[in-house]
Design a protein around this ligand. Structure first.
Ligand SMILES: NC(=O)c1ccc[n+]([C@@H]2O[C@H](COP(=O)([O-])OP(=O)(O)OC[C@H]3O[C@@H](n4cnc5c(N)ncnc54)[C@H](OP(=O)(O)O)[C@@H]3O)[C@@H](O)[C@H]2O)c1
Length: 336
């Protein structure tokens, strides 16, 4: 623990894309990092390409496969024992997107896998770490300066989970919608694969999991006062060439970045997306809790961050509370 007098940011999914590109801006601002990945070897290899030896020394790599809730519990014990007093920020970034599956993949606990990784793994991680975050040392040292820093949880949301935005209305295969949560209600095990208990649609399973991520932020902000912990989400822009799209058809991977660059102008580089995540997770100007930050869909050189309006499916009090309660049961934090 001695080694970590500085503030610590915990971040999931740094082998590629947005997560990998969040490391440098955080380290430059003086943060130490705990990087959670399912393979330390691949995470270290990826970070070594982007960072110098001095920067690499600021990262501790911890192996957790977010699709296995037992690994999440074990990993949290390791994080708590090593970094408890200095954990100030948790960034939930990792995600899996497999829109071409014919039938659902299952997590170790038997859940549909994209919901398991993107939502349940993070939901458990948050709930097991939140007291460490809240009770961590008030003052931290960043680049030699001692500052007071309110702990923060930042989750990557997306435009396709928010139907008040154009991207959230796209009907292919269907917009994000948890319906009456019948699938969660019935235990979310085979043959159930969707939160609403209906037919498996892999692209929608991803969108639903991101909707759960955004609901989680809203519920956290209601349950925890902002002076104790700030909870926010963001849409970093469309990183159309990231590895998130590795399971889409080749033609899509070729055309989608061009479409985003030249038609919608929603495209952002992995580097810019990483800077945006670091900013939402640590900038002292972005201190409001319960906000979904966005730079919009059409990227402008002087584009400024703003609080994005959210759909009823994200902010509806009853739905978000039920989603939270059912998630608590499904990850084993409450009795069924
Ligand atoms: N790309 C976009 O346009 C876009 C837009 C809006 C929001 N987002 C969000 O941004 C975040 C990052 O996406 P990205 O584009 O950077 O995708 P990416 O390059 O595919 O990165 C995803 C990360 O998640 C990790 N991951 C996947 N399954 C995991 C598991 N079971 N346990 C632990 N880690 C796991 C991956 O590690 P492995 O190497 O082990 O697979 C990788 O490090 C996601 O939350 C995504 O929803 C992306």
């Amino acid at each position: 623990m001695e080694k970590f007098k500085q503030g610590v940011v915990i971040i999931t999914g740094t082998t590629s894309g947005v997560g990998l590109n969040t490391l440098k801006p955080l380290i430059s601002s003086g943060w130490q990092i705990v990087a959670i990945n399912r393979s330390n070897k691949r995470a270290i290899e990826a970070a070594s390409i982007l960072l110098g030896q001095n920067d690499l020394k600021k990262i501790s790599f911890i192996e957790i496969d977010l699709s296995d809730l037992n690994q999440v519990r074990k990993g949290v014990q390791e994080i708590s024992s090593k970094f408890k007093n200095n954990c100030k920020v948790l960034i939930c970034n990792a995600a899996v997107y497999k829109p071409r599956l014919k039938k659902p993949e299952r997590s170790v606990q038997g859940f549909e896998n994209s919901m398991a990784v993107n939502h349940f793994g993070h939901f458990l991680l948050i709930n097991l770490l939140i007291n460490d975050l809240i009770n961590s040392d008030k003052e931290i040292n960043l680049n030699g300066k001692n500052i007071l820093f309110t702990p923060r949880i930042t989750i990557l949301g997306t435009v396709t989970a928010n139907y008040v935005e154009l991207g959230g209305k796209i009907p292919i295969p269907a917009p994000a919608d948890l319906g009456d949560l019948a699938g969660f209600e019935k235990g979310f095990l085979s043959p159930i694969s969707m939160a609403n208990g209906k037919k498996f649609k892999p692209g929608k399973a991803y969108k639903d999991s991101k909707l759960c991520n955004m609901i989680t932020v809203q519920e956290l902000a209601k349950r925890y006062p902002p002076e104790k912990i700030i909870c926010n989400s963001l849409y970093p822009g469309c990183v159309a060439n990231s590895r998130l799209f590795r399971n889409t058809p080749l033609i899509f991977r070729l055309l989608f970045p061009l479409f985003q660059k030249f038609i919608t102008r929603g495209y952002v580089t992995e580097k810019l997306a990483g800077q945006r995540v670091a900013s939402v997770a640590t900038d002292r100007d972005l201190f409001q809790s319960g906000v979904h930050w966005s730079w919009g869909n059409r990227q402008k050189l002087v584009g400024k961050v703003f609080s994005q309006k959210l759909s009823k499916r994200i902010i509806d009090t009853e739905l978000s509370q039920r989603t939270w309660d059912l998630s608590m049961k499904l990850v084993g934090l409450k009795k069924i």
